[in-house]
Design a protein around this ligand. Structure first.
Ligand code: ZN
Length: 448
């Protein structure tokens, strides 16, 4: 014990497995529970009196009795340079990129501005209960340095990478196959494994990379098999037609990534909406992860993600849930689950709350291969936790009165009505991070 030990009391929600496959035994609730955190890790957890016996004298206690304690949410696809793009009116993907995103991303060439945006972004994640994210930076290495430096300072587990683009983007946002390769390599060496940081090789998507750049990206993935790969796939029909024009040799969009060795169990592909059957097979057999980004898919009018189709394939496609801010319209994983539920309803698919909460925590940790460290409450795991208040707003409190102790209903209320107001506290590496973020935002000069 190093003296920074802290006990967090509340109702512990434990996921032992995936509810969709394991049924009711996948979820366990300890009503009078406690978690002892020390030195960034979970040192003990269980019934509060049992944890009290293991607690060193002088440890702080944060009493959240009656509130739910869960692992922090994990967001598997988000763009930190787009904090000032979110909620930009009236365009579908390709126009939206040109009109809003590519304008804003040019500003992150300035390290001071990138630092301001990185601080704001991490504050927002913590305020909304997200403790780990897989993040796109801009083409500028300065934007990656700013994001990783701020993440390291906060001891947060984050994955990020420099976007590579060598065509179909403004001059100021383009690199070249050689430059993208060299800068990525240097960033991997500078940041990967520092603190709790990891790197994602990030060709933005096929339309903005030449064959040569995708080939260089594949070489990076081969040379750094422990790093991640992130990109976008099959979001919008005009995008798919554009890919077939740019790569006349290919039959499908996914085949472009497959050819250059960019699919695999460390690869996360945003969207995956309009997939041909052979593409579903490519994703499944390579173990690639499809990131479902419902608020973005609705906002940009992209289409409806077909979870059942991907999970029913043999072998199944691995899926995750993500906000895709700024195409997505909320930093909140609760609101993202809300919209995911509705998208699935439009396809005649149901999504029980237990499955949604599993996906936002352990499910997304498994998608990133990080379930040995985050995504569940267990001794030895990293102490990234959130406290949820199911009665955070008058509408929630009023609705909760009708529930009478039914956990499934309570979780469903949280995901349909909850947002940042339902996050009572976020702990990152065992330290309160939501209250710290709010203090920082109040104290900031208001920009951005
Ligand atoms: Zn995206």
């Amino acid at each position: 014990m190093n003296g920074a030990a802290r006990v967090i009391r509340g109702r512990l929600l434990l996921f032992e497995d995936e509810p969709r496959l394991a049924g009711a035994k996948a979820v366990r609730l300890i009503e009078n529970g406690a978690v002892l955190v020390d030195d960034g890790l979970i040192a003990a957890l269980g019934e509060a009196p049992d944890v009290a016996r293991e607690t060193p004298i002088g440890a702080k206690t944060d009493d959240y009795s009656g509130k739910l304690i869960l692992p922090g949410f994990i967001d598997t696809h988000i763009h930190y340079p787009q904090t000032r793009v979110i909620a930009s009116y009236g365009a579908q993907l390709l126009e939206w990129l040109q009109k809003y995103t590519f304008v804003e991303e040019q500003k992150l060439r300035d390290p001071a501005h990138a630092g301001v945006v990185a601080r704001f972004f991490l504050d927002e994640l913590f305020r909304h209960g997200t403790t780990t994210a897989m993040v796109y930076c801009t083409v500028h290495p300065e934007s990656v340095d700013a994001f990783f430096a701020e993440s390291e300072r906060r001891d947060a587990r984050m994955i990020a990478g420099k976007v590579m683009m060598d065509r179909n983007a403004p001059e100021a946002l383009r690199d070249t196959p050689e430059l993208g390769y060299d800068e990525t390599k240097a960033l991997i060496q500078r940041w990967r494994g520092k603190g709790r940081l990891d790197y994602a090789i990030s060709p933005r998507f096929a339309p903005t990379s030449s064959d040569a750049q995708l080939e260089a990206s594949g070489a990076l993935a081969r040379e750094h098999p422990e790093a991640y790969v992130q990109t976008h796939l099959s979001e919008n029909l005009a995008e798919i037609a554009f890919v077939k024009e740019l790569f006349p040799w290919t039959k499908t969009y996914a085949q472009v990534y497959a050819r250059y060795g960019l699919l695999g169990p460390r690869t996360v592909l945003g969207h995956c909406i309009h997939l041909e059957e052979s593409e579903v097979g490519l994703l499944a057999e390579s173990g690639s992860v499809a990131a479902f980004c419902p608020t973005s898919n609705l906002f940009l009018g992209s289409g409806l993600f077909d979870m059942r189709r991907l999970q029913a394939h043999a072998p199944p496609v691995r899926v995750s849930l993500a906000t895709d801010v700024g195409g997505g319209t909320s930093y909140s994983m609760l609101q993202t689950a809300n919209e995911a539920y509705k998208v699935l309803q439009m396809n005649g698919q149901s999504w029980p709350a237990a499955q949604a909460f599993y996906q936002m925590t352990l499910g997304n940790a498994r998608a990133l291969g990080l379930d040995d460290r985050i995504g569940s409450l267990r001794v030895g795991g990293e102490a990234d936790l959130i406290v949820l208040d199911s009665s955070a707003t008058p509408a929630m409190a009023h609705r909760m009165e009708a529930v009478k102790g039914d956990l499934a209903e309570e979780l469903f209320i949280l995901m349909m009505l909850g947002d940042d107001r339902a996050i009572a506290e976020t702990y990152v590496a065992g330290r309160p991070a939501k209250s710290a973020a709010m203090k920082a935002q109040r104290g900031a000069d208001g920009d951005p």
